[in-house]
Structures are given as C-alpha cells and as structure tokens.
Design a binder for this molecule. Structure first.
Ligand code: SF4
Length: 235
C-alpha cells in the first residue's frame, strides 16, 4: 500500500540517493529482477511488440516452455509456433524474423553464449550487445546492469522523464542526447553497486508510470515535489 506524502519528510531533493530512498518509502522495495541472463533478456525484449509488462512476460514464458531459449532451439522451431507466440503483440511476422536473427547472431558471433560479452569493458560490451535487434545503448546498459556485470544507472523512458523533471540534465533535441545529459548529471551521486542501481532503475520507472506520468503528472501526491524543478516552475 502506498504511503501518503505527509508520511515522508519533505526536503530539498538535491541528493539522488535521498530521492531513491523516498521512492522506496513510497512504493516499497522492488523485487530483484527474475531475469539476469543476457540472451534471455534480449529474447524477452523482442518476443512481442507494443505490449505491457504482463503480456510481454506471458509471451516470453510461452517461448521458454514451447520452444526453449537456446539459440539452436529458436532456429529449429517452426515458423507457425513462433508466430503463434509473437501474436500476443502486433506485427508477429517481424517478431519471428527478429527472434531468428537473435539466435543467428548469438551463434555466429558468440558461440551461443553471451556471457563472454559481460566480461568486456563497458564501452565494448555495449557495442557488442547493440548487434542485436531492438537493443540500443539504453537497452545494452540495462542488460549489463541487470546481469550484475557493470554498475551503471541504465534508464528507460519513464525514469529518464522523472530525472529530467527533477532537474537532472536537460531536455535536448533528441532522446539519446537527453539520456546522456540526465545520466551524466546523476552519475556522480550514484552508489557503485549493481543491486542499488537496479532498484534505482526500477523505482524511477515505477514513479514515471504511476505519478510522474507523461501527461498530467500527479505532483500533489509526489514526495519529491519540494525539490522538483518542474514542480517549482508550475507553482
Ligand atoms: S513533483 Fe511532479 S514532476 Fe516532479 S517528480 Fe513528482 S510527479 Fe514528477
């Protein structure tokens, strides 16, 4: 159950670790991620298009149980079976092609085992992960964080919006530049621990989905309002 704003002591939100602590008081401590295997994370990202978390998980579990998540199993599966699973989202034909492409890349470049990527320095590891479909720099960073291999604050779109509104970094002309700006602003205040960074990622995402929504953020219920640049501009 969410706590009311009055139960959280208000203070200037200049300290990122305090922000994460306040979000944890509001939403509770997130469960550790179930998935830490890099290939499985890539398959889950690609198995269904434009679906919510629940349907994505449903599609991924169907892939796991009916096909398997080894590259050889994905390549050996009949088109009809992959199509039936990908139909949980839209454009299933494209998803089937992407699943097969992932399996091919995994075998051709990494002998079917992506764990070797995790041992590379951050810059190289990100580049290698971006060989896979639908994996840009933020997605690569999330894989490296959630596999506990590189302590970097990966952000998805909800978390990025929250940080920019709070006043970390600036909105730039494109998503990649805004992402880098917010990440650079917050990075010096981050703990260099994967479990803390994973929780920060999860809490920022949840905050962006529940209160700090894209349209009409619910600032009156937000414990971060006092130190939020966006809120200050509106009042
Ligand atoms: S005060 Fe409003 S804009 Fe600022 S973080 Fe909270 S919900 Fe988002």
């Amino acid at each position: 159950m969410r706590q009311k704003i009055t139960q959280i002591s208000p203070h200037a939100q200049t300290n990122f670790q305090e922000i994460i602590a306040d979000l944890e008081k509001l939403y509770g401590r997130p469960e550790p991620p179930k998935l830490t295997n890099p290939l499985e994370m890539i398959l889950r990202e690609n198995v269904a298009y434009l679906v919510d978390d629940e349907r994505r998980e449903k599609a991924f579990q169907a892939l796991k149980q009916r096909v398997g998540v080894k590259p050889q199993q994905v390549l050996a599966a009949p088109d009809e079976l992959l199509f039936a699973i990908a139909k949980i989202g839209i454009l299933p034909e494209q998803r089937v092609e992407k699943l097969r492409r992932i399996a091919t890349i995994a075998i051709k470049h990494f002998q079917g085992d992506l764990h070797t990527i995790l041992l590379q320095p951050l810059k190289d590891a990100k580049k290698l992960l971006q060989k896979f479909p639908s994996i840009g720099e933020p997605g690569a960073e999330k894989i490296l964080l959630f596999s506990w291999s590189h302590p970097i604050l990966a952000l998805e779109s909800n978390g990025l919006r929250v940080l920019l509104r709070l006043g970390f970094g600036e909105e730039k002309k494109n998503y990649a530049a805004s992402y880098k700006s917010a990440q650079a602003a917050v990075q010096p205040q981050c703990k260099k621990e994967c479990d803390w960074l994973i929780r920060a990622h999860q809490l920022l995402r949840q905050h962006g989905q529940e209160l700090c929504k894209r349209a009409r953020p619910q600032c009156e219920a937000c414990p971060l309002a006092k130190g939020c640049a966006y809120y200050q501009r509106q009042h």
